[in-house]
Ligand binder design. Structure first.
Ligand SMILES: NC(=O)c1ccc[n+]([C@@H]2O[C@H](COP(=O)([O-])OP(=O)(O)OC[C@H]3O[C@@H](n4cnc5c(N)ncnc54)[C@H](O)[C@@H]3O)[C@@H](O)[C@H]2O)c1
Length: 252
């Protein structure tokens, strides 16, 4: 049997890249897609890719195109990991329609149509889906209502999908990280930190129960959990939402 194949969206990003590296280290063949092809080529210098497919996943047609290209190159699909995402924050009354549409299109719609496109191939392998949601998919975050809407939608969509796919033994799970040290977190702090990104990050860390010992989640830690969820040993796990957040949501 040829090595299993994972398709990772947002593979040029912090978590997506770590996930691609983890699967490659575990002997899987990796197909990678992202909006940013230059960053994908940096990943490819490190991780051999069975398919490198730049695409803007806001559009269903693009999602189907990525699947088609992956199947043409790899011939099978055993896991789909949706890690593409964007962050915007701000009060509801002044939030722009463009930012709202972007959050929904990238964080929710792209995962929905990537799953839709991948279902036939995953049925053939009894494969697995992991959607990267967020603690913001489980409860409200102050100042991030639209992001919470996108991630709450993604989390609940994944649970419904798990039920739909259960008769075919295809699994679908959610991983919900807390604040994770990636370019997205740097972007948040730069854009919304009021000129003091370090203070923005310190305020995030102050919410964690570790107190002065709090740190951000590492993308490699998220990747380890995602990799586990795609193994045959995780056959009993579907429709689950795993937090990886130092206990941040435990008391919510
Ligand atoms: N970093 C955090 O603190 C954190 C916490 C919880 C959840 N998340 C979620 O984890 C996932 C990974 O985020 P990350 O922290 O690695 O961020 P990141 O910014 O490092 O990576 C996100 C990737 O998504 C890609 N992307 C954006 N728009 C796209 C589009 N239209 N089409 C295709 N690709 C597109 C970007 O090019 C980027 O490479 C996201 O869904 C994010 O919402 C992040």
């Amino acid at each position: 049997m040829s090595a299993p194949v994972v398709l990772v969206t947002g593979a040029a990003g912090g978590m997506g890249g770590a996930i691609a590296r983890r699967f490659a280290a575990g002997g899987w063949r990796v197909a990678a897609t992202d909006l940013d092809d230059a960053a994908l080529s940096v990943l490819e210098a490190e991780v051999p890719l069975v398919a490198r497919v730049p695409a803007d996943l806001r559009f269903a047609e693009a999602c189907h195109g990525v699947l088609g290209e992956t199947m043409a190159r790899a011939g099978r699909l055993d896991a789909l990991v949706n890690a593409a995402g964007v962050w915007r924050e701000g009060p509801v009354e002044s939030f722009t329609e463009a930012d709202f549409d972007l959050l929904i299109a990238v964080n929710l719609k792209s995962a929905f149509f990537m799953c839709a496109a991948a279902i036939p191939a995953l049925r053939a392998t009894r494969g697995a889906i992991v959607n990267i949601s967020s603690d913001a998919g489980r409860h409200g975050n102050v100042g991030a209502a639209a992001y919470c809407a996108s991630k709450g939608g993604l989390t609940n969509f994944t649970k419904a999908l798990a039920l739909d796919l259960a008769p075919d033994l295809v699994r679908a799970n959610v991983v919900s990280p807390g604040d994770t040290a990636t370019p997205m977190l740097d972007f948040q702090a730069e854009r919304y930190g009021g000129g003091d990104p370090a203070a923005y990050k310190a305020a995030l860390l102050a919410r964690y129960p570790q107190g002065t010992r709090a740190r951000f989640v590492r993308p490699e830690e998220v990747a380890e959990l995602v990799f586990f969820l795609c193994q045959p040993t995780a056959a009993a796990i579907t429709g689950a939402d795993y937090s990886i957040d130092f206990g941040y949501t435990a008391g919510k």
